[in-house]
Ligand binder design. Structure first.
Ligand code: 1DF
Ligand code: MN
Length: 393
């Protein structure tokens, strides 16, 4: 059974049990019959690449790491220069002997045969790859950050060249140096063949709405490339009790920090300055579609009452930006209600599939997305043609 090579802690084992007819899935999961909850596990069909279901699967938030990147994270954890989030996140992945940490490290560092095999085994035709969060953004030595980012870009370009039909690259930058980052965006687009840029949210507590980062947005406009804003851990001044609560990482803290970042960009008028800019966000567009009525209503109430100096009228309401400038993916949220909400709020041209390999590698999640009750035309957009359109593949 294919599934037994896949993340043995997770849903796949239950999938195997169900497939073997042991009835264990039902006994372990009280609500195993409820497909819409995302908890029903069933080996409904084989996963194959090549478009046997009428669409290719393009996964849009797929991570890799370089050895020197992880070594610097570890150095920072040990020498006390890492922030609390880095200690929690990379102190875990780079040092824990747990199966999750060792397996993820192994998979992050591989852009070769193992990754291709895992894509084959879960029916992923193409992976859009980016240097894993937080990239080089926490590095205090800016020259070192730029060196590691540009070498990661070269390494990724090399892997893409070896697997041109399977891999697509996104450029890593070092926002610590915005002008250099702008140049690297141009190099990624023109010399390395990359199709987008990923920034892992804040850079040492600085947010992209600050004027110093404008060269990055200019380079995105000049190259016509989308920006994927991927989560990072909260900066120290926002961490509060998150770590004590065990909620700082992908479980919740990521979404708090990243949705805040996205809202800062909207409310400071990034899309009025760059109306063609496309910003991608994972994890159900970091819940922005869910909150849209409220953020829009309260934003307008705040603007009308002059409550904050920084809140200025925008050219459009927040619905407009959600339907013209944001793109959402289902990374970490292969959950039918969340995908449908994104489609309803953002439009069917703005929602894309993502697996979030290797942090999430569960065959039954791919099956759940194949089984979404949306139209065949919407499903093809979701898995394939929206990614082709927005990444200009
Ligand atoms: C985790 C999840 C880590 C995601 C990630 O990068 C990441 C995790 C360090 O589970 O710790 O990209 N994610 O996007 O959900
Ligand atoms: Mn991710």
């Amino acid at each position: 059974m294919k599934d037994d090579v896949i993340d043995p802690r997770g849903m796949s084992r239950r999938g195997v049990n169900a497939a073997l007819g042991l009835g264990l899935a039902a006994s372990l999961l009280p609500d195993a019959g409820l497909a819409k909850t995302g908890e029903k596990i069933a080996m409904t069909h084989e996963l194959k690449t090549g478009g046997d279901r009428g669409y290719l699967r393009i996964a849009t938030e797929e991570a890799f790491a370089t050895r020197e990147q992880v070594d610097v994270f570890l150095r920072m954890v040990k020498d006390g220069t890492a922030d609390k989030g880095m200690v929690s996140l990379w102190g875990f992945y780079a040092q824990s002997p747990s199966e999750r940490a060792t397996q993820i490290m192994d998979r992050l560092l591989d852009l070769g045969e193992q990754r291709i095999r895992h894509m084959d085994e879960t029916g992923i035709d193409k992976a859009i790859l980016a240097l894993t969060s937080p990239g080089v953004q926490p590095l205090l030595d800016v020259e070192e950050a730029k060196r590691i980012a540009s070498r990661a870009n070269d390494y990724l370009a090399d892997a893409v060249q070896k697997h041109p039909s399977r891999y697509i690259g996104m450029t890593a930058v070092a926002p610590q140096d915005p002008e250099w980052s702008a140049q690297e965006i141009h190099r990624g687009a023109k010399e390395l063949g990359f199709k987008g840029v990923q920034i892992n949210s804040h850079t040492q507590g600085h947010y992209l709405d600050e004027a110093q980062f404008d060269p990055i947005f200019r380079a995105l406009a000049e190259t016509g490339q989308p920006l994927y804003i991927h989560p990072a851990t909260l900066p120290d001044n926002m961490m509060g009790g998150m770590i004590d609560a065990g909620l700082d990482g992908a479980v919740f803290g990521f979404a708090v920090e990243t949705s805040y970042h996205l809202l800062r960009l909207v409310t400071t008028g990034i899309f009025d300055r760059y109306p063609d800019l496309q910003i991608m966000a994972g994890h159900g567009c970091e819940a922005l579609p869910y909150w849209l009525y409220r953020t829009n209503y309260m934003h307008q109430a705040g603007v009308r009452s002059n409550r904050y100096a920084r809140l200025k009228p925008l050219k459009h309401d927040l619905y407009h930006y959600m339907r013209n400038n944001f793109l959402g993916t289902c990374s970490g949220l292969p959950f039918e209600p969340a995908v449908k909400l994104m489609i309803e709020v953002m439009g069917e041209d703005r929602v894309m599939y993502a697996m979030d390999y290797p942090y999430e590698y569960v065959a039954d999640e791919v099956r759940a997305m194949d089984n979404l009750s949306i139209t065949p035309a919407q499903k093809k957009k979701f898995f394939q043609t929206n990614a082709e359109r927005w990444f200009k593949l």
